[in-house]
Design a protein around this ligand. Structure first.
Ligand SMILES: Nc1ncnc2c1ncn2[C@@H]1O[C@H](COP(=O)(O)OP(=O)(O)OP(=O)(O)O)[C@@H](O)[C@H]1O
Ligand SMILES: [Mg+2]
Length: 363
């Protein structure tokens, strides 16, 4: 049966293109009854004109195949030639013409076909489902565009700065000290850019599922210690206390190098979102058959509404956007934890800020 969400989706803007007035009347009645706003056209050219001009735009077309003049297949071809890909299209065909129309229709990008005579409930259900898919597809396309725009911005900004620094180095009246400083800045920026490119690669490989992990038995404390060593210096500079609770003396099964990246990302966030004078605590506890590692902080915390999205690539919370970054850290952490067979989540911390935790299998 139909997806629940499809049946609850709000009505859409639908166009019925059919040369028979009786059919238009029938389909309009069924679809209006199901909550859609319906327009009608008696021939292909009128339908195409409506699609081009309608505001709000037509989201779905119910298209008769056999019409005098321009037939439904030609209308479909012209709809798909639109730069925006056009609305979803359901083609209506008679039993006699079925195989031919279906084949050509699907080749030209029809979303579904319906064979006359159409059952009322089936018509309503198919329209709802096709509308839902059409909307999701549009959302996805918009998301992709956004992500690319952000990525280009993130890469462009340091590139512009690098180019400026190169000019500084080229200028004749530069003191040797300044030259060395500029070179140091360039090196740091190139390192940052390299890390960004690595993150983008890791995130897309995780998303594509072409990421391999090599889980082996390792002591929990040995897994956590190297990250703590690195972040201690950063915490000190930020005047944030970083402490590690008593860790259960267990062996876990994990790809240590990958897991290190998870802990690093969580610690980097905790330190980024915790103001001076605050505290970050790393701990772990046995949780059924697994070990749960957690990073608590006294920072801003994550609002309930943002918890579902921050693990997606390039998604940041309201506070996150004010602090720079790309929104890849948690997506990578979540992907790496999943690849190791664990699960990651975000909660309120008893310390007052956020608590991010993930599970590891015991050996
Ligand atoms: N410890 C935390 N406290 C409060 N908010 C957090 C914390 N960790 C993550 N967030 C929120 O989740 C968002 C996503 O985190 P993520 O690590 O994916 O991206 P980022 O840190 O903004 O950028 P990047 O990690 O790519 O440099 C953040 O922008 C922030 O809004
Ligand atoms: Mg981060």
């Amino acid at each position: 049966m139909l997806d629940d969400r499809a049946s609850k989706a709000p009505g859409g803007d639908v166009l019925v293109v059919d040369d028979a007035a009786a059919n238009r009347f029938l389909y309009s009645a069924i679809l209006e009854d199901d909550g859609h706003r319906v327009r009608e056209a008696a021939d292909g050219p009128t339908g195409l004109a409506l699609i081009a001009a309608a505001a709000p735009p037509i989201e779905l077309v119910l298209l008769d195949v056999s019409m005098p003049g321009m037939d439904g297949i030609e209308v479909l071809r012209r709809i798909r030639a639109r730069a925006d890909g056009g609305p979803a299209v359901l083609i209506l065909t008679s039993a006699a013409r079925t195989p031919d129309a279906i084949e050509r229709g699907l080749e030209l990008g029809a979303d579904a076909y319906l064979i006359r005579p159409v059952d009322n409930r089936e018509l309503a259900a198919r329209v709802r489902a096709a509308l839902q898919i059409h909307r999701l597809r549009k959302e996805l396309a918009a998301l992709r565009r956004d992500q690319t725009a952000m990525l280009v911005h993130d890469l462009r900004h340091p590139l512009a700065n690098l180019s400026m620094l190169a000019e500084v180095i080229e200028s004749d009246d530069l003191r040797p000290d300044d030259r060395v400083n500029a070179a140091g800045t360039i090196r740091r920026m190139v390192d940052d850019l390299g890390r960004l490119v690595d993150s983008i690669l890791t995130a897309s490989r995780l998303e594509a599922g072409v990421f391999t992990v090599d889980p082996r038995p390792v002591a929990l404390a040995a897994l956590i210690a190297p990250s703590i060593d690195v972040f201690r210096a950063l915490a000190l500079r930020r005047r944030v206390t970083l402490d590690v609770g008593a860790l259960p003396a267990v062996i876990v099964v994990a790809d240590a190098a990958r897991l290190r990246q998870v802990i690093d990302n969580l610690l980097s966030n905790a330190l980024k979102f915790t103001p001076r004078g605050g505290r970050v605590r790393v701990g772990a506890q046995l949780d059924g058959g697994v070990v749960r590692v957690r990073v608590d902080d006294t920072g801003s915390g994550v609002p309930e509404a943002e918890r579902a999205v921050i693990f997606d690539r390039y998604r940041q919370g309201a506070t996150g956007r004010t602090k720079g970054g790309t929104g890849l850290g948690l997506a990578i952490a979540a992907g790496l934890v999943a690849a190791n067979g664990g699960e990651i989540r975000c909660e309120d911390s008893p310390l007052g800020g956020a608590c991010f935790s993930f599970t590891l299998a015991r050996a």
